[in-house]
Design a protein around this ligand. Structure first.
Ligand code: BG6
Length: 476
C-alpha cells in the first residue's frame, strides 16, 4: 500500500536552460559555460579538471547549442507537461539571455521577454514555475575576463542579475533556488565555479574563495528576493549522495563521515544555518586555505539563509580510507568504491532507492527545514519500437522504488514539499553531452551526432507518471 503524500504535494519535472532550450545565440543571448563544452568523451576529460580555455573550436560539435529546441517548441512541450498533470516545472533562467556578457548595467529585453512567454504559458496550464537562477550557465565573458567566481566583483553582477529577474517575474514565479548543485564545485569547478584547475595542489585556495563569493551572492539574492517578493520561497540546491562506510572498521566510518561533511553538508550548513561549520576549520588549516572576507560578509550570510533545501538525488556513495584493493566505480563523476549490494545504471551510477529515504532523514534531521527533491531519475538508453512506442519499464521501476522511499520518509516525519523528476523531457546530458543518456517521460528524436527530427513522443512512463500525479502518489 502506497504511503500518503501530503495534499498540495508539488509533483513535476526538471530541466536546465542550457540542456534543453537551444537557440544559443537567439535574442542576443551571450555564450555561457555549457555552450563551450563539446560532446563525447572529451567533455568528461575536461570536467575532470585539466586547464581548459573556454573557447569554441569550429571543428567540434557542441550539443547544447541547439539542444532540443525548447526555445521554439515551448508551447508544445508545456502542453505535454500539462497533460501529465504537472503541478510545477523546474527550469533555470539562462543568465546570458538576460545579461549576455554578465557585466552589463541593463538587462537584455529580448531575453526577459522569452521567459515571460514561458512562464505565462506554464501559468496558463496551471503549472507553477520553479526557477534555478544559475545552473552551470555562467557567462563565458565573466570566466575569461574576471576568472569566474574567484573574483569578488562577480557578486555584484549576480546581484544585478537576480534583482532584474525578481523584479520582472514577481507575481509569476514563487519558487526559486540560487545555485544548482553548489557543492559540485568540489568535483567540477569548471561548471560550478567558472575556472579550470591545472594542478591538484592549486585547487584549495581558489575553490574555497570562489565558494565564499557564491555564498555571499546567494545570501544577497535571498535578501533581495524577500524584499521584492515577500510571498516567494527561495532555496539552496545541493547534490546529496549519502556516504556509506565500506565496513564497520572505525577508520572507514570516520573517513566516510569526513567525506559526507565536506561534500554533503559544507555548503548547506552555510546556506541554511548562515555560518561556516566548525568542522571546516581543520580542513582549511590542513590545506592552507585562508578566506579573504570583507567586513559584513558574515552578517550577510546570517541574514540570507534559505527557506528550503532543494537537492538532487541519483545515488549513494561508498567510501573506504584505503581504496587501493577495491574496485572503483566506473563512469561516475563521484568518487568512492563499488558497493557490492547495489546495481548500477549503464553509466555506472549506483541505484539505491533506500539511500533516498536515508538522505531525506539525514537532511531533515540536521536542518529541520522543508526539503524539495528537484532532481532524480534514470539515465538510460531507450529504444523506439516498430510501432513507435517506447517501453521504458526500467525507468518506471527506478522511479517507483524511489517514490516508495519518499513515502516512507514522509511517514518518518520528513517535511517534503515536492518532487521534480530530472530531464522530464529528453535533453542533453550535463556530464557527457550525450542525447542517448535519456531521462525523459517524453522522447525527443535527437541523437548524439546532432541528427534527428526533434519529434516528441510519449513513452510508457509518461502515462505511468500521469497516473501517479492524478492519484497523488497512491498508484505507484
Ligand atoms: C545533475 C545536474 O547533476 O545531474 C543536471 O544538475 C544533470 O544538470 C543531471 O543533467 C544528470 O546528470 P547527467 O550527467 O546524466 O546529465
Amino acid at each position: 500500500m502506497a504511503k500518503q503524500f501530503p495534499e498540495g504535494f508539488l509533483w513535476g519535472g526538471a530541466t536546465a536552460a542550457n540542456q534543453f532550450e537551444g537557440g544559443f545565440h537567439k535574442g542576443n543571448k551571450g555564450l555561457n559555460i555549457a555552450d563551450v563544452l563539446p560532446g563525447g568523451k572529451e567533455r568528461l576529460e575536461i570536467l575532470g579538471n585539466p586547464g581548459f580555455d573556454f573557447e569554441i573550436d569550429p571543428n567540434k560539435y557542441y550539443p547544447n547549442h541547439d539542444a532540443i529546441d525548447f526555445y521554439n517548441r515551448y508551447k508544445e512541450d508545456i502542453a505535454l507537461f500539462a497533460e501529465m498533470g504537472f503541478k510545477v516545472f523546474r527550469t533555470s533562467i539562462a543568465w546570458t539571455r538576460i545579461f549576455p556578457n554578465g557585466d552589463e548595467l541593463e538587462p537584455n529585453e529580448e531575453g526577459l521577454a522569452f521567459y515571460d512567454r514561458v512562464f505565462d504559458e506554464l501559468i496558463k496550464h496551471g503549472i507553477e514555475p520553479v526557477v534555478t537562477i544559475s545552473h552551470y550557465e555562467m557567462p563565458v565573458h565573466l570566466v575569461k575576463e574576471y576568472g569566474g567566481w574567484r573574483n569578488r566583483e562577480v557578486i555584484t553582477f549576480f546581484e544585478r542579475y537576480a534583482e532584474a529577474i525578481f523584479n520582472r517575474y514577481k507575481g509569476k514565479v514563487k519558487y526559486w533556488m540560487t545555485f544548482n548543485e553548489i557543492n559540485s564545485g568540489l568535483m567540477m569547478p569548471i561548471m560550478g565555479l567558472g575556472f579550470a584547475i591545472q594542478k591538484e595542489a592549486d585547487k584549495y585556495q581558489p575553490t574555497f574563495q570562489a565558494f565564499h563569493h557564491q555564498f555571499v551572492a546567494s545570501a544577497k539574492a535571498v535578501k533581495l528576493c524577500r524584499e521584492i517578493m515577500p510571498e516567494a520561497q527561495i532555496g539552496c540546491m545541493i547534490i546529496y549522495a549519502p556516504v556509506y562506510a565500506f565496513d564497520s572498521k572505525p577508520e572507514n566510518v570516520m573517513h566516510a563521515l569526513e567525506e559526507e561533511e565536506l561534500f554533503n553538508y559544507f555548503c548547506a550548513d552555510v546556506q541554511v544555518r548562515g555560518e561556516y561549520p566548525a568542522f571546516i576549520n581543520r580542513y582549511f588549516k590542513e590545506h592552507n586555505i585562508e578566506l579573504e572576507m570583507e567586513d559584513g560578509d558574515l552578517d550577510i550570510l546570517k541574514e540570507g539563509t534559505v527557506d528550503y533545501i532543494g537537492f538532487s538525488y541519483y545515488m549513494s556513495r561508498t567510501e573506504k580510507k584505503d581504496k587501493s584493493n577495491e574496485e572503483g566505480i566506473q563512469g561516475n563523476i563521484m568518487q568512492g568504491v563499488k558497493n557490492p549490494f547495489l546495481q548500477a545504471s549503464d553509466w555506472g551510477w549506483e541505484i539505491d532507492p533506500v539511500g533516498l529515504r536515508i538522505s531525506l532523514n539525514k537532511l531533515y534531521g540536521r536542518y529541520e527545514v522543508p526539503l524539495f527533491i528537484v532532481e532524480n531519475g534514470l539515465g538510460a538508453y531507450d529504444k523506439v519500437e516498430e510501432d513507435g512506442s517506447i517501453q521504458d519499464d526500467y525507468r518506471i521501476d527506478y522511479l517507483r522504488e524511489h517514490m516508495k522511499q519518499m513515502g516512507e520518509a514522509i511517514e518518518d516525519g520528513v517535511e517534503l514539499m515536492g518532487y521534480t523528476s530530472w530531464g522530464c523531457i529528453d535533453l542533453v546530458s550535463a556530464s557527457t553531452g550525450e542525447m542517448s543518456k535519456r531521462y525523459g517521460f517524453i522522447y525527443v528524436d535527437k541523437h548524439d551526432d546532432g541528427t534527428g527530427t526533434l519529434e516528441r513522443k510519449r513513452k510508457k512512463s509518461f502515462y505511468w507518471y500521469k497516473d501517479v500525479i492524478d492519484s497523488n502518489g497512491e498508484n505507484l
